[in-house]
Design a protein around this ligand. Structure first.
Ligand code: NAG
Ligand code: NAG
Ligand code: NAG
Length: 455
């Protein structure tokens, strides 16, 4: 035990030394002293969008520091190349979309107007933007997600048949229909063999099968008793399996998400809201066919559904009747934040399927010489795993609300395989009962009317 501990400590020390080395290499020792960046101040354009960009402000409301996934990367670049930054927010708080009159808005406009040297944030690399600005190498890939109202409670009426699959119900019904006739016939044959009157009726045998107490099968009909006994045993298993599963179905609410994918959105009755100036605005408005076109048409009819601020869209979904689209990490973050601020209730949800996967990078003016330096460093951060570390730190927060209905999906009906053992007992029992039945017939027909011993 002590030996193992010592080894573990050894490995930990090694790991720490290794990590420290890696970090000093990344930050300090290979600092590049390029005249282009050393000691300079870059004008950074950015828009607050947690968990990518978060601003810390002083008491005057001036931005003092940037935090979040994107700023981890920028801070590493600053350490390596020894430059400082000033942060400026575009007036329209947008990333940048091409307007109908051919001008750009948001951060792209700032870069084009020489108001900024670099645009930082969850910048999607799109074909249209790329014609006007440069991008660094992509440091991350992200899909778009849909924020929807919390799932609605599904119908509870049919819960009582839910525990078993259809197949299982059919087999049970089959047994209940066939078994009494078999027992009835058997009983008649045995009575004939013993030369007594067959007094048992079908109804009586049904009583036995439905495990009603107070029914007695004559002692001498061993095969019948065996058959009934095996049935009771199996019935016990079925009843308990049924009740257990029924309770779990009743205690976990049957939650159905409002929609699962973008394709279901137009028919869902929900309106949709898109952040103005985002890559999604361009995606939908420029689409010429398919689902993106359908989404775009409604945005053209209702320009007010292109909202200027992130929170506007998120609040509209909460009020009801709307879905809101943005990059998935942002949507998940906002849903989780609402979950916590509303006292751990899920008012919002994230549609299961994402769409439009796109690269994220920093935007630079066309032909900017700093691009080459940034790329070099970003590639080394990607290869060293540092980027993955930051991604985990910032973008993989807890996700209570979409987890709650996937928990419901874990519940499943019991199928034949689950109840196989009970059916196997039943089958073996029937075989034994049949053999006893044959023996009984031989014994009784051969004239012995007395038979001792009970079960
Ligand atoms: C880094 O930049 C500062 C100015 O911002 C300068 O004083 C300092 O000498 C630079 N460091 C190196 C190692 O060149
Ligand atoms: C283009 O349109 C936007 C708003 O739609 C406006 O703010 C901007 O001034 C216009 N630019 C030109 C060059 O007309
Ligand atoms: C852009 O602005 C900076 C600072 O305001 C200035 O030094 C630089 O010459 C400008 N670049 C161009 C191409 O106008």
């Amino acid at each position: 035990m002590g030996n193992l501990c010592r080894r573990l400590v050894g490995v930990l020390v090694l790991l720490t030394v290794f990590t420290e080395n890696a970090i000093t290499q990344l930050y300090g020792q290979d600092a590049v002293h390029s005249n282009l960046l050393n000691g300079k101040t870059l004008r950074v354009a950015s828009v607050e969008i947690l968990p990518f960009v978060e601003f810390l402000r002083n008491e005057n409301g001036d931005i003092t520091e940037g935090r979040g996934f994107s700023f981890e990367i920028l801070n590493a670049l600053m350490e390596t190349y020894n430059f400082s930054i000033t942060i400026k927010i575009p007036k329209d708080e947008a990333y940048g979309a091409l307007l109908p009159n051919g001008t750009w808005n948001g951060m792209i406009a700032m870069i084009l107007n020489n108001e900024s040297d670099v645009g930082i944030g969850s910048f999607s690399v799109t074909h249209m933007r790329h014609q006007f600005v440069d991008f660094t190498v992509a440091y991350y890939e992200e899909s778009s997600g849909i924020m929807i109202p919390a799932p609605v409670r599904g119908k509870q009426l049919s819960t009582f048949i839910k525990p078993f699959q259809f197949q299982v119900w059919m087999i049970l019904m089959g047994i209940l229909v066939v078994l009494p006739f078999v027992m009835w016939m058997q009983s008649k044959l045995l009575a004939k063999a013993q030369r007594t009157n067959p007094k048992k009726q079908l109804a009586f045998i049904y009583g036995v099968l439905l495990t009603q107490s107070g029914q007695k099968i004559p002692e001498k009909e061993h095969s019948l008793r065996l058959l009934a006994m095996i049935w009771f045993l199996c019935a016990l298993v079925f009843i308990h399996a049924y009740i257990g599963t029924l309770v779990s179905f009743l205690s976990v609410p049957n939650l159905k998400p409002v929609i699962r994918s973008l394709d279901e959105l137009p028919a869902s009755g929900l309106g949709w809201i898109v952040w103005s100036g985002s890559d999604l605005e361009s995606l939908f408005l420029e689409a010429t066919d398919g689902i993106y076109r359908i989404i775009g048409d409604q945005l053209r009819q209702h320009p007010e559904r292109l909202v200027d601020f992130l929170v506007e869209g998120e609040q509209a979904v909460k009020k009801g009747g709307f879905a809101y689209m943005n990059n998935k990490a942002r949507i998940k973050y906002a849903v989780e934040k609402d979950f916590i601020s509303s006292g751990f209730t899920c008012n919002l949800d994230v549609a299961k399927e994402t769409f439009y996967k796109v690269n994220q990078a920093f935007a630079l003016p066309k032909g900017s010489p700093i691009g080459a330096f940034f790329n070099k460093k970003i590639l080394s951060m990607l290869e060293s795993g540092l980027m993955e570390h930051w991604r985990k730190k910032h973008l993989s927060g807890k996700d209570h609300c979409s987890a709650s209905h996937s928990y419901g999906a874990l519940l499943r009906k019991l199928n034949f395989d689950d109840l196989k053992s009970a059916f196997l007992i039943w089958f073996v029992g029937v075989c034994i009962a049949f053999m006893v039945f044959v023996v009984e017939n031989i014994v009784y027909f051969s004239g012995k009317t007395e038979h001792h011993g009970t079960w």
